[in-house]
Design a protein around this ligand. Structure first.
Ligand code: UDX
Ligand code: UDX
Length: 444
């Protein structure tokens, strides 16, 4: 099938590269000329496991990349919208979605054949039918459901594992204005035969995405609230508590052979210093704001966000317990990315932690296997960025672990060679509390 994809962020580019790999003729479009040139040379502008290999394999073959939206729409059968939908502090910011809808509509005006426009970006329920569809009709002077179809196909890509998630989907959600639209989307996803498919309307498709992310965020804040209670009470460790919870038959059922199958959701039922990233925080806030507009308060999700916004403070209070004044104290931050496997620092708890420490006069050294350049953009020269884990631990009075990087399992053996031992604060409860001399952790 001939498909155009508007926006080459991590969702648009992964989608484009993977559909090309699956045999579709793909044109990716972006306004950013620099990005387009880079991608055309086979360089992925973001770090995403396996992406660059697939890009190099398909570029100039099944995959073209251009800034020319108009001709891309004219030369394809279906267009996916994958531009960013940030949260502007009040509500979802639809500027980019509206802008590209208008441009797609302008192209549709000059197109003789039926065309399908599908939104992949995360947008609050109602947006596809009420905003995108209206703009397309207005700009094209054509009728949705007659001259073109409008669909909604949310993405469920986890950063760091996005290529794998795309190639091995757990579900495919196809929202559509009518059967004709859904049929076109089925053809697009024909290469994923056998994967469970949900056919529904656009509004439900939009809501499925929010519901999925809201569940994950709720699980995390739930675990963090309990962890904070454990540390306030003393002599209860949230790690042991959650181990007991995870062993319930609901979460890790015992099979006939006696083995347990551990549900992956247990990874979200662990206390830590809070969730970040480009999706969970912005999506939950956007849904709450959308609910308010519709006259519906969402007290549970409001609490999920409130708990998360304060969660990073837990590591600071552990630190302040040992160092009432941080002026001139050497503190090492381990992990800057919002989670392992990515260089993305958007909404990472490392950011407010470092800011607060700088405010209090601490001297910061930070280490992350891949986010060094991102940290440089945010903090400039106000913190020292180390290139080596062992080096980062030296001459430090306190160490705070923020991201669960695999490499950090080496820390206990590295610390053995360092004297005096720094205070070690495990913001993710990743390491065994008995393996480090001055160990402190969230939720204990
Ligand atoms: C995506 C989804 O779009 C978002 O809704 C979802 O919740 C998370 O993932 P992401 O891929 O991270 O967002 O977006 P971003 O990195 O902002 O990339 C968007 C791309 O679209 C950029 O390269 C930008 O240059 C491009 N763009 C934006 C256009 O080509 N035209 C525009 O008018 C606006
Ligand atoms: C998420 C969803 O998982 C994905 O399906 C959706 O499409 C986009 O949003 P992502 O933002 O890439 O993906 O990251 P995810 O792995 O879900 O982690 C989100 C945040 O939760 C990270 O900051 C992570 O550190 C944090 N987290 C995760 C916890 O704080 N505790 C946990 O137990 C698990």
């Amino acid at each position: 099938m001939k498909v155009s994809i508007i926006g080459t962020g991590y969702v648009g580019l992964v989608t484009g590269v993977c559909f090309a790999e699956k045999g579709h003729q793909v044109v990716c479009v972006d306004v950013d000329k620099g990005k387009v040139n880079k991608i055309n040379k086979g360089i992925a502008p973001i770090f995403e496991k396996g992406l660059e290999e697939l890009l190099q394999k398909n570029i100039q073959k099944n995959l073209q990349v251009t800034t020319d939206l108009y001709n891309s729409v004219l030369s394809t059968d279906i267009t996916l919208i994958a531009v960013g939908t940030p949260y502007n502090g009040i509500e979802i910011d639809l500027t980019y979605v509206k802008e590209v809808s208008r441009q797609i509509g302008n192209a549709l005006k000059d197109k003789a054949n039926y065309h399908v426009v599908v939104v992949k970006s995360t947008i609050v329920p109602g947006t596809t039918d009420e905003v995108v569809l209206s703009i397309l009709e207005e700009a094209s002077k054509k009728k949705a459901g007659v001259d073109f179809g409008v669909g909604m196909n949310p993405e469920f890509l986890t950063e760091g594992d996005a290529v794998n998630d795309f190639m091995h989907p757990d579900r495919i959600v196809l929202g559509g204005l009518d059967n004709r639209t859904i049929h076109a989307m089925e053809e697009l996803y024909h290469c994923f035969e056998g994967v469970d498919l949900i056919r529904t309307n656009n509004k439900t498709a939009e809501m499925i995405k929010y519901a999925s992310n809201a569940l994950l965020a709720t699980m995390i804040s739930f675990s963090n609230e309990l962890g904070n209670l454990c540390s306030a009470m003393g002599n209860i460790d949230i790690v042991d508590v959650m181990k007991g919870v995870h062993m319930s038959n609901y979460l890790s059922p015992i099979q006939p052979d006696g083995d347990r199958v551990v549900a992956p959701i247990t990874a979200f039922l662990i206390a830590g210093c809070g969730f970040g990233g480009s999706c969970l925080p912005k999506d939950i806030k956007a849904l709450i704001s959308h609910g308010k507009k519709a006259g519906k308060q969402m007290p549970l999700l409001e609490a999920v966000i409130r708990i998360n916004e304060h969660q990073y403070e837990q590591v600071l209070s552990l630190l302040n317990r040992h160092f009432p004044s941080l002026k001139g104290i050497h503190v090492t931050i381990l992990g800057l990315a919002f989670k392992p496997g990515t260089d993305d620092m958007r909404e990472s708890p490392a950011i407010p932690i470092i800011r607060k420490l700088l405010d209090q006069g601490a001297l910061i050294k930070a280490y992350d296997p891949i986010s060094k350049h991102e940290a440089k953009k945010i903090f400039g020269d106000s913190i020292e960025i180390s290139n080596d884990l062992f080096e980062s631990l030296q001459n430090s009075q306190a160490v705070i672990l923020v991201t669960r990087w695999e490499e950090f399992y080496k820390i206990p053996e590295l610390l053995v060679n360092i004297q005096p031992q720094p205070l070690f604060i495990d913001g993710r409860r990743m390491l065994d509390k008995h393996s480090i001399e001055n160990y402190q952790g969230i939720g204990m």
